[in-house]
Design a protein around this ligand. Sequence first.
Ligand code: NAD
Length: 305
Amino acid sequence: MTADLRWDGQTVIVTGAGQGLGRAYALFFGSRGANVVVNDLGAALTGVGADGEVADGVVKEIKAGGGSAVASYDSVQNGEKIVQTAIDRFGRIDVVINNAGILRDKSFRNMKDEDWYAVLGVHLDGAYKVTRAAWPFFRKQRYGRLINTSSATGLFGNFGQVNYGAAKMALIGFTKALAKEGQKYDILCNVVAPMAASRMTATVMTQRSSDQFDPTAVVPLVAVLTHRSAPDTGGIFEAGAGHFAKLRWQRSRGVILRPDDSYTAGAVLAKWDAVGDFSQSDIPDGPASMMAALEQGLQHDRNPP
Ligand code: NAD
């Protein structure tokens, strides 16, 4: 699928590229002509500690394959340093893949402030800081490709991952707004919700699913979305084990209460089935579509079929 796609002369930053998904992305871009900034703090899964060898190992692998790469050991929370490494070493920046991540899984009852802020700090603030530093370069050259990494937990929720879910859903709003700001400058921004065997999923995957969910299976989607010919922006995509799909919102037709219903809680409750009835739904693509749906509902109310 990605056999013919190349990034010759382009610089790609991959955060959290020392292992797991980030490593798979970095090795791929390194084999396709890109100059790769292999960023990894080398932290434990909980975000504590640091180990420069994690990034170094991937840089070595890329170079051994004839590719071009530099290690960056900064935390994504110092995103400007990672972008500076790209500029100092390669003179430009074309693609940013915000992938670094940690987990502090705990039930909400047991979650401490530090677990909340650590997870938000790496996933959300980290993506913000790297993107904030890269954006002026994207704007100036009127070109950029950005991937932010969400998760099924961000989309659907998961027990014990309130912090992680909040960060991962926030990244969707972040990406969708950036996609609107970037479009006229050919800066395309998309969200990937991956599923892959890594230390993050080690406790929930069996050996069989681990083999099936090799991180390299997510690479083709990231490749398509970061290529010059990328076909989409503002999208949310799932990838894992050879499955590729796009997600979108759906709005039920809902109900419109007449003023004589007094907009009371009782009136809403009486129509609750209709509020959640998706048999006549639409696929909203922006705030304006809500006004259109409202207008349509009022028309229907004025002139019942
Ligand atoms: P991983 O733990 O294998 O890799 C994450 C890397 O990020 C590690 O090498 C770690 O050192 C690095 N990192 C942590 N904090 C950092 C920081 N502050 N600055 C720089 N680097 C830092 O995890 P993975 O499974 O490859 O996950 C990659 C991304 O995909 C994460 O954002 C994760 O939330 C997301 N994700 C993964 C899955 C999955 O199935 N593996 C599912 C949904 C989402």
